[in-house]
Structure formats: structure tokens, C-alpha cells
Write a protein of this length. Sequence first.
Length: 68
Amino acid sequence: MLDKVPDYRLDPPEDRVFAMCDHCGREIYEGEEYYDIEGDNIHEDCFDEYIREEYADCRKEAEFSRAW
């Protein structure tokens, strides 16, 4: 009968959720590297897309001006 009882000491501990990514909404786990940008927690993998979206209105097209 005792051979049917699982030994929970052998199971690896569950990953602990540290925070949620404010870009994709998925979990950031304890020990995982992330960015804290003005209070937003961002996965390292989400960083480039997050920055592009956040600063999209700063993007300009260079045009030659004859005003010089």
C-alpha cells in the first residue's frame, strides 16, 4: 500500500510568479531577468517591441529642407 503514495519530496518546487509582464501579460518568474521601465515590468524578450510601441510617436522621416 505504501508504494502507491507519491513521494512529494522528489517533485521539483513550482516556479514562483514574481510579476506579470505589462506588455504581453504573461508571468515573470522569480530569478528571471526583466526590465522595470517607470513601473512597468517587461520581459527581456518583449523589450524591443515595447520600446517601439511606447515611442512610436517619436519616429520621424528625414526630409531635406531648403530653409538653410
